[in-house]
Design a protein around this ligand. Structure first.
Ligand SMILES: Nc1ncnc2c1ncn2[C@@H]1O[C@H](COP(=O)(O)OP(=O)(O)O)[C@@H](O)[C@H]1O
Ligand SMILES: [Mg+2]
Length: 250
């Protein structure tokens, strides 16, 4: 990975809550256009790491660089202005507003980037991209949970990001919906050239779609490699994957 291609870099990032070290000196680099998975048991620090790299939480120690600029301690809007967008583990759509108005809300935070890709030009384009165009007029509360997850991704995309952080967007979905979601995520990366960092519990599906996977365990990064190599890592199998992976990943 060349230095020039690095969009986001975490240098020894630590997040403490009182005596608890939720994220423990994590180093990670994310290149332009990469699709990277983050996995690990409940409480491993995955969401907290996202909170740190999107400015929601200031790290207790370490540094965060976005396109080479040091944003350590900056507010979330500054990370957004530098092209970082995210979804939340608990969906945050506005249920009483229409699907279209929810995307409009995201678009209010866009506009900083002069050359928005045509696919992200307006709410209609974003809705087509996430496959919700035919539900544009419905209140968000009336679409399915799976569609609400897509809508959340649409709201994040409407800010015209370079880096998209997805926190368990496939949680609670059926097996077929998880597969469709994974395909959609890869297509978004391919079509928009985004860097996508994707936390998910559906490990076997995730492993088939990402190029690289980071494993967190008790706040520490214990692996960072291709899916094929990570599933053979003794420490990872011991800490986590022994229970999750029933068959080898190709
Ligand atoms: N705001 C908070 N205050 C105190 N402890 C927290 C807070 N957020 C997360 N934690 C703790 O930090 C650890 C990591 O949590 P989290 O990042 O949510 O894990 P994951 O997303 O991998 O399941 C857990 O022990 C959790 O209870
Ligand atoms: Mg989490």
């Amino acid at each position: 990975m060349t230095e020039a291609g690095v969009r986001l870099e975490a240098r020894s990032v630590t997040v403490r809550f009182g005596g608890l070290v939720a994220v423990d000196a994590v180093d990670a680099r994310f290149a332009a256009g990469e699709l990277v998975g983050i996995i690990g048991p409940n409480g491993a620090g995955k969401t907290t790491f996202f909170n740190a790299i999107s400015g929601v939480l200031a790290p207790s120690a370490g540094r965060l660089l976005v396109d080479g600029e040091d944003l350590t301690g900056a507010a979330p809007h500054r990370f957004a202005a530098h092209g970082i967008a995210r979804t939340f583990q608990t969906p945050r759509v506005f249920g009483e507003l229409s699907v279209m108005r929810n995307v409009d809300f995201g678009l209010q935070f866009a506009g900083r980037r002069r050359s928005a890709p045509a696919a992200l030009r307006d709410a209609d384009s974003v809705l087509r991209l996430i496959g919700l165009a035919q539900h544009a007029g419905l209140p968000a509360a009336q679409i399915t949970p799976s569609q609400q997850r897509l809508l959340e991704i649409g709201m994040a995309l409407a800010t015209r990001p370079n880096v998209l952080l997805l926190d368990e967007v496939a949680a609670g979905l059926t097996e077929a919906e998880v597969e469709a979601m994974a395909q959609r995520i890869r297509a978004l990366r391919d079509d928009l050239g985004l860097t996508v960092i994707w936390i998910e519990h559906a490990v076997t599906t995730l492993m088939r779609y990402v190029e690289r996977v980071i494993v967190l365990h008790q706040g520490r990064k214990i692996a960072d490699d291709t899916p094929a190599r990570v599933v053979q890592d003794a420490q990872v199998v011991e800490a986590y994957l022994g229970d999750e992976i029933a068959e080898p990943v190709g």
